[in-house]
Design a protein around this ligand. Structure first.
Ligand SMILES: Nc1ncnc2c1ncn2[C@@H]1O[C@H](COP(=O)(O)OP(=O)(O)OP(=O)(O)O)[C@@H](O)[C@H]1O
Length: 608
């Protein structure tokens, strides 16, 4: 930490003294470089951190610059008043461009945002108001009392301060709950929604940030160059910006800055060879994507990892440590009597296929309900409908008496549903602690104003969340793995992390989708203990399982699905000998071998 503060102070001093070493052309180059760095931070936040492909960053830049130019030259506004409106306009355009992200993602979103950026370039090229292809000249010099901003040397200091604040703010966002939720959304939007992350609003927030950073860069550009023209905001420059972010490392804001500065320098060196410059950028991007997908910023970690794997560097076993015993929850008073989950007449059709047909079931509060059935019988589809991932084609779902049919996953998570997934959906680029932290955080997107005006409050909230996350990790015996990435851990531990993450959301209803899949006999025994303790803490549990031993020993009641219909429902022992059930599983009436409850969780599992 001390080294880090020292390093930052040293960089600050170097940046402050830099103009003394530069001639007037060089300081101009540095000023333009800082603008690119600002744009790259905005793009890094939206694309690298939040995973929203944004090819309109150059248009946000243009909106900032053009609004300043138009208001100052055509309406006679002062520079700073125009600057405020320009940044607000860029933020609004950011939100507008972001709306397609509510419906589409990945390359589709890229194409749409690129289209909107092209529309902007076309508009400014053809608009009388924006000065057409010639652009707008005569933007007044920004005034600051006692500072002559017509000097590029002094303008550098304005840019430097804005840049330092913008970078510090970006890093603050990334390291606190908002950035963590954005990273979780980037890794797995579906799982993020299931732990209560307000995915649609968060996507818009990412574009809002991109718009604000673009707008600020645009205002500074207008103040620095005092002339705007369409070619500055062209698609070629958008790709240059994209290259900066990819080369630097889009998941690190410092990486984005390094990329922006490096490529702006290369651009300067190749300014007399524009054809070669394009080829050079393209080649460097391809080489980066192939050999260093995490960009320059990720290189040190990749190199040290490589050296460790070869034994040339000591330590580094991310998974070192032991899974400790689970510490049971305290006994909570029995939850209020009445149904926790009511599914009434639910059907789900996928084009021609009927995955669920008229499903009606009620799970009383405090019960452990098993859902079993042959492969493809509709169990996971039922979970997906209950947890809001699928809209039912018909029927309704109510949680504790409140109708929440087809509510969005994050709404259902906020209403008290948590779930795990059959194929484990942990946030791969977040540590185990961060996975738990995302679920713990109940703050709503409407409180993001605190990031702008009350950072201390955000920081305190984060510290409190970390304290609680460590308690949860301790309860689940995961303390030793708090800083590991989930992918580095054995499968059984990952399954436990997923249960811990679900419980961090303090649910009333926990849905476990095949929690014993891939676990050995001892791990299954521990899982049963954990689930019983969770129920003891007042949480209703619904569990999909193929391990009949576990179902028999754990569940109060079992519902059997076959071909999307309920074919049996009742006490485990009765259901297991139901001829319909046996027929559904085996296609004949051979009685299935069900272990007695007490030996049920032994390794003699009956896999159905
Ligand atoms: N998104 C989807 N699009 C089309 N068909 C789907 C979709 N999701 C599920 N299905 C189909 O619905 C049926 C039920 O699938 P589901 O995954 O719910 O079964 P399951 O009982 O959970 O099976 P398993 O035990 O193998 O997990 C299957 O035929 C499956 O192919």
């Amino acid at each position: 930490m001390r080294y880090r503060v020292g390093g930052i102070a040293l960089l600050g001093v170097a940046a402050w003294l830099l103009p003394y070493q530069l001639d007037s052309y060089a300081i101009h180059v540095v000023n333009v470089m800082l603008l690119y760095a600002l744009l790259a931070i905005g793009l890094g936040l939206a694309m690298g951190i939040a995973g929203q492909i944004n090819l309109a960053q150059v248009a946000f830049f243009g909106v900032g610059a053009y609004v300043t130019a138009i208001l100052t030259t055509k309406s006679g506004w002062g520079f700073w008043a125009a600057a405020v409106v320009a940044i607000l306009a860029a933020a609004a355009i950011g939100l507008l461009v972001g709306t397609p992200a509510l419906r589409m993602q990945s390359h589709y979103l890229g194409i749409v945002t690129l289209g909107l950026a092209l529309a902007f370039t076309n508009w400014v090229t053809n608009s009388h108001l924006a000065g057409g292809a010639e652009g707008i000249t005569g933007i007044p010099r920004p005034q600051l009392p006692g500072v002559d901003l017509s000097s590029e040397y002094l303008f550098y200091y304005v840019e430097l301060i804005v840049f330092a604040v913008a970078l510090a703010f970006g890093i603050f966002v990334v390291r606190t709950p908002l950035g963590r939720r954005m990273r979780a959304m980037r890794d797995d939007a579906l799982a993020a929604g299931a732990v209560g992350v307000e995915v649609p609003m968060l996507r818009m927030t990412a574009f809002l940030f991109a718009g604000v950073y673009g707008g600020i860069a645009g205002v500074l550009y207008a103040g620095l160059i005092r002339y705007v023209a369409p070619e500055t905001f062209s698609i070629a420059n958008m790709f240059l910006l994209l290259a900066m972010v990819i080369i630097g490392g889009r998941q690190s804001l410092v990486g984005c800055v390094i990329g922006a500065i490096s490529l702006a320098l290369v651009r300067e060196l190749l300014v007399d060879y524009p054809t070669y410059a394009q080829v050079a950028y393209g080649s460097v991007v391809v080489l980066t994507v192939v050999f260093a997908p995490t960009g320059l910023a990720g290189l040190p970690r990749r190199v040290t990892g490589w050296l460790r794997r070869r034994g040339w560097l000591p330590g580094g076993a991310a998974t070192a440590g032991a899974l400790r015993p689970f510490q049971p929850y305290g006994q909570a008073p029995a939850p209020q009597a009445g149904p926790m989950l009511e599914v009434t007449g639910v059907s789900k059709h996928f084009r021609g296929l009927t995955a669920l047909q008229d499903i009606t079931l009620t799970v009383p509060a405090g019960q452990i309900r098993g859902i079993v059935g042959p492969n493809g019988s509709g169990k996971t589809t039922l979970f997906n409908v209950v947890s809001g991932l699928y809209k039912p084609s018909a029927g309704r779902v109510a949680i504790a008496g409140t109708d929440l049919t087809a509510a969005r996953p994050y709404r259902l998570a906020q209403a008290g549903i948590a779930r795990t997934f059959q194929n484990l959906r942990l946030f791969a680029a977040l540590t185990v602690r961060e996975n738990v932290l995302v679920a713990l955080d109940r703050s709503r997107i409407r409180s993001i104003w605190r990031y702008a005006v009350w950072q201390v409050g955000v920081w305190r909230h984060d510290r409190e969340l970390r304290r609680r996350a460590d308690q949860i990790l301790e309860r689940f015996g995961l303390t030793d793995f708090a800083d590991s990435l989930p992918g580095a851990l054995p499968y059984g531990i990952q399954r436990r992390v997923e249960v811990a993450r679900a419980m961090a959301a303090t649910p009333r209803l926990l849905l476990l989708d095949e929690p014993a899949a891939g676990l050995n006999g001892e791990e299954v025994r521990q899982l049963a203990e954990i689930v019983r303790s969770i129920r003891g803490a007042g949480v209703t549990v619904v569990v999909i399982e193929h391990n009949m031993g576990l179902v028999m020993s754990l569940c109060d009641q079992v519902t059997v699905l076959s071909n999307g219909r309920i074919i049996a429902d009742g006490e485990p022992a009765r259901v297991a000998v139901d001829p319909h059930v046996i027929e559904a599983y085996l296609g004949d009436s051979t009685v299935i071998d069900v272990p007695a409850a007490e030996e049920a969780t032994q390794a003699t599992e009956v896999k159905l």
